[in-house]
Design a protein around this ligand. Structure first.
Ligand SMILES: CC(C)(COP(=O)(O)OP(=O)(O)OC[C@H]1O[C@@H](n2cnc3c(N)ncnc32)[C@H](O)[C@@H]1OP(=O)(O)O)[C@@H](O)C(=O)NCCC(=O)NCCS
Length: 199
């Protein structure tokens, strides 16, 4: 049983929640700014829904927050060998050029609660949401544009995410990014079939 499940409750990250809570910081200025100022508008524009977990003992404390959106994972431009790897668990006759996905748009853990497994528990929760049997639509992958630094990439890797492209060069070519520029994020994915007993 994790910390979120035992000691926290989940809320929409909306105006009401933000007014009740102390300012949240995950230590990343852009993410903090998004969670504090943009979630309501983002949701209103139907671009992504944001949620947060607050402490049961003190509901003014936001422990972590995330934003999700429907998405798709386009694999048309992946090199053949890479495409095979990404679709390894999909029967040949069901293979497509793009797959339904849920995009983890934003995710952050309150600086005071880091390195306690909360980020991983939050990803487990997101995975479980994506495969709930009563969802009205289906998705096969979780995707994320992960910050391109060792710590963030390791966080996703230990939670089962893989790089969509094997190299930064391939990824730059695919997204039309100048080869000499530094890639700020890397596309990563998680195959939700890994959770299924249909495997
Ligand atoms: C990335 C982020 C969400 C990870 O959250 P977290 O709660 O610290 O994640 P976890 O605790 O599950 O795992 C992180 C590390 O803690 C370790 N850990 C997990 N449980 C632990 C425990 N009980 N005790 C000690 N360490 C633990 C993990 O092994 C992992 O180790 P590593 O640093 O060697 O990889 C968080 O650091 C964050 O909000 N960062 C800023 C925002 C950001 O970068 N978001 C991602 C954008 S793409």
């Amino acid at each position: 049983m994790g910390f979120l499940q035992n000691f926290c409750s989940i809320f929409p990250l909306d105006k009401e929640t933000l007014e009740r809570c102390q300012p949240f910081s995950c230590g990343d200025v852009d993410l903090d700014d998004f969670f504090l100022h943009d979630t309501e508008n983002y949701s209103h524009q139907m671009l992504g829904k944001s949620y947060c977990y607050c402490l049961n003992g003190d509901p003014s404390v936001i422990v972590c927050a995330f934003t999700l959106a429907n998405s798709s994972m386009d694999i048309r431009h992946l090199p053949g060998s890479r495409r095979k790897k990404v679709t390894a668990l999909i029967p040949r006759e069901k293979q497509l050029s793009s797959y339904p996905a849920v995009l983890v748009c934003r995710i952050g853990v309150n600086m005071a609660f880091r390195k306690k497994g909360i980020g991983s528990e939050m990803l487990d929760f997101i995975k479980s949401l994506a495969v709930q049997p009563d969802n009205w639509s289906s998705c096969r992958f979780l995707t994320v544009d992960a910050y391109n630094n060792e710590r963030t990439r390791r966080y996703y890797q230990i939670n089962g995410f893989k790089d969509l492209f094997s190299t930064e060069e391939q990824e730059k070519e695919y997204i039309g990014f100048p080869p000499e520029k530094e890639l700020k994020t890397r596309l990563m994915y998680y195959d939700l079939m890994l959770l299924s007993d249909k495997m």
